[in-house]
Design a protein around this ligand. Structure first.
Ligand code: ATP
Ligand code: MG
Ligand code: FE
Length: 352
């Protein structure tokens, strides 16, 4: 089967075509992602600007995805779009477009949970079997999820305050390193001494694999104020200490998640799948590799374009659900909030 996927929940305008064969193997035929650049000067995503940019560009992006795949809408078996969670204006643009296309062509519509799309990506890239663990670390989310099947997810841990990508971005802003902050902090950290500053390592040893990053961010601010004005080397040393704290926390929390996984399914070798923009961080990836090796687990880090927001992951959920006969009606609503392991909540606010 061939599925078109549309993603507009944050600041990527994306569309893709994927194929799924009868054995369940997936292949990406096209994957077009436009990362909106209008937000950089504001140091963060501006929801209204994002929604407008999706309106302006989505038609072109969908046309490019179909063209690159060498198919027309007539060849497509279903149209899938992110229906939440995310910035509601953007989600509405993508979902309404998908509805209009499905209505005009008579093709089935599939409303996709964005987190589910991150969760199932490794089945597209590596064909892995259930159950497995997902570590989602992005600008809006930080979660460890146990994935037992399509539609069967249990959140084992989450952040109680900032998302990890958000902590990188806020720290970068504080140290004048620009936006997005993750890559800038990583570059500075590579030139720094991680032992010079002592920063907290929040949540270490807690029984549930939850996270907290806001205290760490505050600790960076206090050190920065104490040593102001900061020399370039001070900035690098602070970034190195910040990143080292994060790696220590992640190692501890993921080890805890492996323990939980093993206690529930002792006969299954744990597999950890990583998703989200922060997965691009080499120190974090190396930390995860170390934990996986030490505990005899398997680690899957999809390529960066599939870790960050994209249409292929949305199309893939569409294909997995279509294969199970799960499609949606035109009355399906866009949702700002939509936790993976709970029934949909009513449309509220714009938070994630
Ligand atoms: P979501 O997908 O949760 O809606 P998002 O679109 O902001 O949120 P992504 O696009 O997956 O998330 O990732 C962006 C985040 O990843 C940013 O916070 C960015 O700073 C962070 N990031 C990117 N590269 C790195 C890196 N090398 N090190 C650390 N963080 C990084
Ligand atoms: Mg993004
Ligand atoms: Fe995402």
């Amino acid at each position: 089967m061939i599925v078109l996927g549309i993603e507009t929940s944050c600041d990527e305008t994306a569309a893709a075509v994927v194929r799924r064969d009868d054995e369940g193997a997936g292949r990406i035929v096209s994957n077009v992602v436009l990362s909106q650049d209008a937000h950089a000067i504001y140091g963060g995503v501006v929801p209204e600007l994002a929604a407008r940019a999706h309106v302006e560009r989505l038609d072109d992006i969908i046309a490019s995805a179909l063209k690159e795949a060498g198919v027309t809408l007539a060849d497509v078996d279903a149209i899938a779009a992110t229906a939440g969670p995310g910035l509601i204006g953007g989600v509405l643009v993508g979902l309404t477009t998908a509805k209009a296309m499905a209505m005009a062509t008579g093709k089935p519509l599939i409303a996709v949970n964005h987190l589910e799309a991150h969760a199932l990506t490794a089945r597209l890239t590596d064909g892995i079997a259930f159950p497995y663990l997902l570590l989602l670390v992005s600008g809006g989310h930080t979660q460890i999820v146990r994935v037992d099947g399509v539609g069967s997810y249990r959140r084992l841990g989450t952040t109680i305050d900032d998302a990890l990508g958000e902590a990188f971005d806020k720290t970068a802003k504080l140290l004048d390193l620009g936006y997005p902050g993750g890559p800038a902090v990583e570059r500075a950290a590579a030139k720094g001494d991680p032992t010079r500053f002592h920063l907290p390592r929040p949540m270490l040893g807690r029984p549930s694999p939850d996270f907290s990053f806001s205290g760490l961010k505050t600790a960076v601010r206090l050190e920065a104020e104490k040593h102001a004005p900061l020399s370039p080397q001070d900035v690098c040393d602070l970034c190195a200490a910040f990143q080292a704290s994060i790696c220590a926390v992640i190692a501890d929390r993921v080890t805890r998640a492996f323990d939980l996984f093993r206690s529930e399914t002792p006969d299954v070798v744990p597999t950890l799948v990583v998703a989200g923009g922060v997965a691009a961080n080499k120190a974090i990836a190396a930390t995860l590799k170390g934990v996986a090796d030490k505990t005899g687990a398997r680690l899957i880090v999809p390529p960066p374009v599939l870790c960050t927001d994209n249409g292929a992951m949305v199309a893939w959920v569409g294909a997995e659900k279509l294969a199970l006969g799960q499609t949606d009606g035109f009355d399906v609503a866009a949702r700002a909030r939509w936790p993976l392991d709970k029934e949909a909540e009513p449309l509220v606010g714009h938070g994630r």
